[in-house]
Design a protein around this ligand. Sequence first.
Ligand code: TXA
Ligand code: MG
Length: 504
Amino acid sequence: MKTLLLTNKTSDLQTAADLIRSGQTVVFPTETVYGIGADAKDPEAVKKIFEAKGRPSDNPLIVHVSDRSQITDVAAEVTDDAQKLIDAFMPGPITVILKKRPDIPSEVTAGLDTVGIRMPSNKTASEFLRLCGRPVAAPSANLSGKPSPTRFEHCVEDMDGRAAAIIDGGPCDVGIESTVIDMSGEPIIYRPGRVSRGQIEQVLGKKVSLAASLKDGEKPKSPGLKYKHYSPKAKVVIIKGTLDEAANCVNSQTRPTGVILFDEILKEIKPKLKDGVICLSLGGINKPDEAAAALFAALRKTDELGAEIVFAPEIPDTDKWAGVRNRLYRAAGNEVREASEFAESERSDVETPIKNILFVCSGNTCRSPMAEGLFNYYAKERGMSVSAESAGLFVFPGSKVSENSVKALAELDIDISGHEPTQLDLELIGGADLILAMSGSHKSAICAAAPEADGKTFTLKEYAGAVGEISDPFGGGIEIYKSCMLDIKNCVKKIIARLDDHEN
Ligand code: TXA
Ligand code: MG
């Protein structure tokens, strides 16, 4: 897809609004983070958002409105308490969850009977939304699993070729996503943000609870809670200890290393660090708003500069730091380590034997069933004890394995006609020793959905030691499918040879 890169001039915003009205997706700035929007009442348009992001379709989207009168186009009822929050904080960085109107499609709410409503205060966002003239469903415009985009460049990096247009609105002021509060029952904050719990309690005149992080197996009320978010490619580690312990820990790393620290600490630690350590700022030590504005850009920058491990400081467990703490700690898998111990605990990774491989693509109708068929065929030929399954990130009910995939494999006498497309779930992810995705966005979606996939999920090409991705043959003729099949076969054979060496 050719993506239009637009400015925030009115004529460009009109172009963008026309795209929304014709069922396309547009990336637009808000005061929190950039969002990727589509007409909230057009299910086909909304599906394009999930495809662009590689986002699991059980995570609902929030609906953006340009003014208060539009709220009743989205919510079935606005309770008195919800109205108080709307009056106090909208437009601004808050999302209020209310009972939805029946005409908000289930694609937006992932089947829930509630909907998140947000009215951005960013000038470009309000003008764009006003020109759209209808509610716009929009999640953050990152590829699923990556940190939310807070700069135009982040959006181009993630969404060029995936959205119809991207509007340049410069850097986002707030830098972390809106506070999400459920007002459809007893108020509960699902995601802390710039609008703090204290401010909300003051307006409502009562205590408000904060959703705890989930324990294993618990079903989240807000689906976003179960996904690992905000993680760059590098491993993020929060360390505590003295300045010298922190410096030792950083200096003892053998991988390319970054630090993201408060200015005051950076100034003191820099002279103690070895050459080549990437040093990025979180702003002033008493400035939560500066840290919020800097955080996601810093996490993305460490990736760009090639860091494989990134150290960050502890964040105070107080109301005004809650948003930053939540984002940074999730990126770090909620673990705080002693700097002194972490320096010594550089482990050589113990390899576990691989018995079950899971191939993953979008719909489990073309690429991953071909990979499964090829893998099982060649593994059996060698008498190996490893076997493969496949699954898709978004399997539409009733879909079937594509005819051209069946034909392409039939030429090798491999029969996959009986394959039934299977929805990827946590159980399949948990049961696999190795997960091989067809593209980088599949890989990030899998790791976002399940933290335990981290470290055992690769793209097929990456694991085979090749570059690029397995491109989607969907909709193409038999020749396209055959060349896709050969591409997969080359990778699969390399992987099998490697695993077989290991088995013997
Ligand atoms: O600041 C923001 O909120 C940005 C900008 C673009 O507006 N948007 C954003 O959207 O961060 P998203 O989709 O990345 O995050 C929305 C969060 C998700 O964690 C989702 O699970 C939760 O809100 N959510 C949305 N609708 C919900 C509902 N009806 N019930 C519970 N949680 C909901
Ligand atoms: Mg998001």
